[in-house]
Structures are given as structure tokens and as C-alpha cells.
Design a protein around this ligand. Sequence first.
Ligand SMILES: [Zn+2]
Length: 501
Amino acid sequence: MTVGTHMPYDEALARFEPVLGLETHVELGTASKMFCGCKTTFGAPPNTQVCPTCLAFPGSLPTANAVAIESTIRIGLALNCSIAEWCRFARKNYFYPDMPKNYQISQYDEPLCFDGYLDVEVDGRTVRVEIERVHLEEDTGKSTHVGGATGRIQGADYSIVDYNRAGIPLVEIVTKPIEGTESLAPEVAKAYATELREIMRTLGVSDVRMEEGSMRCDVNVSLMPRGSSEWGTRTETKNVNSLRSIERSVRSEIERQAAILADGGRIIQETRHFHEDTGVTTPGRSKEEAQDYRYFPEPDLVPIAPDPAWVATLKDALPELPSVRRKRLQAEWGVSDLDMQAMHNADAFDLVEATVAAGAPAADARKWWMGELARRANESAVALATLPITPAQIARVTELVASGALNDKLAREVLEGVLAGEGSPDEVVERRGLKIVNDEGELSAIVDQVIAGNADAAEKVRSGKIAAAGALVGGVMKASRGKADAARARELILEKLGVSE
Ligand SMILES: [Zn+2]
């Protein structure tokens, strides 16, 4: 492994300008496959979701999945693409054991969607990533190489193939070369993939689980020497499967390529693999000789000609997109960019929004989710949304605080009780006896008791040392186990001792 041949990042950036390109594959969440009626459930026993068509038996014929076409058009529209009025599938010919037909039905020079863009926010700056194309194709099966140290085919004793995934609709989203991102290149790549994932979720077209491979990114990186306008040779890091790895792989590739170029070497055009453990990429297959896939129009399928009126209907029916939603919520909640970023990172938008919808003021909803609850989620290393407490319950707690029935300290105890499964906020208040003492008679009795038990302090207050009242208030809070209204207790103490401020 070639660790130690990397140029420090800042130096690499001083000498070279990075150019990025991202190809993202998204498995659509359709109930059936792209060209047959087989189910697409993830994790089913191997080779149980197959049929003559997706196993490419002679004489079987594909039929295109209408929902997949509709989903792809919706993705294109969300990415500001033009939608083809007429396009065809194409055969991409190559041999691979997990691809039973020995060609993949894809799209070549006639993608369904083209010429779009996606704006991403990085470091307070908007970067426009231009989209070259969004096309539809079918996924391959999955090979598992058994034996050997790496899980790769090299050194394996034997390989087995599962065709359940073969034929699942796959959308490929290809960017144009992304220039001018400079030292932010790794963050831009990550922000783009993050935004893309949120758009897919919002559209409801895929579960976009990177760890299960339903969204995967190929990351292209090349370097241009400063002062040059000619792109360098690029490498393609394949199937990067987490947002953090996308960022790290770009950074590592910039550092690696810079070291080679500075040394007078040349970059080999190849695919590479990113290793989470070492944080570097290693070579895969060389792409020095262009593969000839001998594309030709798929003769077994009719062309796709989406009616422009239908496309317009789909466009009108698009849900509110994540970036629009974030801007709206920020305005509604009146929070800073930094707070928005923190909520974004904590995946808290839905929770805060639902809590506000349940009647809580935005500031309170945000305070509880981003304060106490975020802390507890962090402690137990779980996602905020999986805490056993609902937005409606948080709204009820804020209501109890606003009405004076709870103070913040007691409210935290109520949350603790709800999280521990002791019931609703009202039930926890009841069971733990957490209500603030705002019964005047009860409070008055506690004050009398505290004055009687602290004769020295009481005498000081009587003689004009009002500061000594603090100790008495402390006594009342202690005697009431934190449930007294401290301001009212202080008033009563002064009143009873015959002094005024
Ligand atoms: Zn099938």
C-alpha cells in the first residue's frame, strides 16, 4: 500500500487546482425490477427473486417499468434538467459473471434527463454543480468472493453469485466537471452527495442507504498545475459508500496525485478503491485503453416518449425540495446559519418542525431538541429521531413551563421520566410529584418553616441586610425540592420579615 507518498494538502492546493466529477448510482425503490416483475426486497435469500427475464434465458423479453421511468423524470426535474421528449435504451456490451445477459440495458447518447444543476452550500458559499445527465439502467447481480484476505476475486478460493439485484432499476446521475472549488473540493463533493441523498428521500424514490449500496458514488479527481488550463488525467474512485468517505477519498486523491505530479510522474487513468481504515485509495482496473462497449439501441424495447403535458404535471406535483424547505424554516424560526447547520447535522428539522406544529414556540422546540435531547442522544450514541419521546410530548413540556407549572430544571426531570418509559409528561409530573409549588398557602408554610429554622439569616434581613435573603430563598428551594417559584418565595420572605427593597 502506498501510504507516505502523499503531499500535504495545503501544499498540493498551492501547486495544483483540483477538478472533480461525480457519478452517483441510486437504486430506485420500485416494488418490481426494471424489466421484469421480480420483487426487489433487500436481504432476501440469494437467487429467490429471479425469473427467466432477469436471468436472461433465451426467448425472454424485457418490459420497461413505468414507475421507474416516472421516478427518473421526477429526479431530473428536481435537478433542474431538461427531459427528453424521445429517447431509447441502449445495450452496453461487456462480460461480467454477475450480469447474466453479458450486456447491460442502459442509456447511451439519449439520456432521459440532461443539462441540469444542483446548488450546494459549503462554508457559507453557494456552489453550482452542473448535471450532465440522469439516465436509467439496470443493476447487476452481486458476486461474493470466498476465501482470500481481501474479499476480492484475487486470491479467492471460489466465487458465488446472487442475481436478486440483477435488473433492479438504477438511476445514474453524472455531473459535468466541477472546477473552481479549490481547497473546498472534498467538502463540495460531500455536500453534493448529501444534498442528492436528501432530494431522493424527499422525492420518495429510493431509501438511499449508502451502507446497503442503494446509493453509491464514483468520485473522479484530476489536478491542473497552477497557471495551466488543461485538465490533468483523472482517476475514478469506485463505489464510495459513505458521505465521510467521499470527502476523505477526494482529499487523499488530491494529495496522492500532487505527490506524483510534483515528482515528474504521470497519473495513470484507472479506477481506484478507497479504504476506510487507512484513508487512502489503491489501484483497481486500468482504463488506459478505452473499453469498447459497442453500444447500440436496445431492439427489444420501444423508445420512451414522455408526453410534455404529463412531464409538466409531474413538475407541478414535486414536493418542496430540501433547500427550499431549509430557507423557509430558517425564516419561520428566525435562526442563524450556524444554528441551521447544527440542526441539519443533528437531523433535527423534522423533529423541531413537528414540535412547532404541535404547538410549541420554535425557540423552545429547538432548545429542547438541540440541548437536552441532543445531549442524551449523544450519550447513548443513537439518532435524535430514535429517542423514545415524541414532538407532541416536547410541546406539552414547553406548555407546562410556559404556564408556570414547571421550571426548566423540573422540565428536564420530566423529559428524563418520559425517556425512561414512565408515561406522558403529565403522568411523569404526577408520579414524580414534580409540579411547582404555586399554592400560596403551601409556599407560605414552607417560608415560615425556613425563617424559623434560620433565625440568624432572618435577623440580618430584618436589620436591613437584604442580601441575606438569598440563603432563605435557597432554604425554601431546598425544602420544596426545587419546586418552589423562587421569585415568589423571595417576595414572601421580605414581606414576612417586614422589609422592602
Ligand atoms: Zn426477473
